[in-house]
Design a protein. Structure first.
Length: 89
């Protein structure tokens, strides 16, 4: 989450919209995944087995989404590097 936040800020400063949007989407998705996984051990112990299974499914779904967003971010970084190379920077 932290790295995507830093990339988002740097991309904003460089006015690189694709990179900023990709970092923002990754940051939001990772934050949501973190919230689902959160909770104290006591909170987790108090949950029923059905609740635990539902949380596990959501975590798997978010893990897939985070992976997808990460791939989009990598592509945006590659595009930014290609742009820099095209202008000899």
């Amino acid at each position: 989450m932290r790295a995507s936040h830093v990339i988002k800020g740097a991309a904003s400063n460089l006015m690189c919209q694709q990179l900023r949007m990709a970092a923002m989407q990754l940051e939001k998705t990772a934050s949501a995944a973190h919230e689902i996984a959160g909770g104290s051990d006591k909170d987790k112990a108090d949950k029923s087995s059905e609740d635990k299974k539902e949380i596990e499914l959501k975590q798997k779904e978010y893990a897939e989404i985070v992976t997808e967003k990460y791939e989009v971010l990598k592509k945006a970084v590659d595009n930014y590097h290609a742009y820099l190379n095209s202008i000899n920077v």
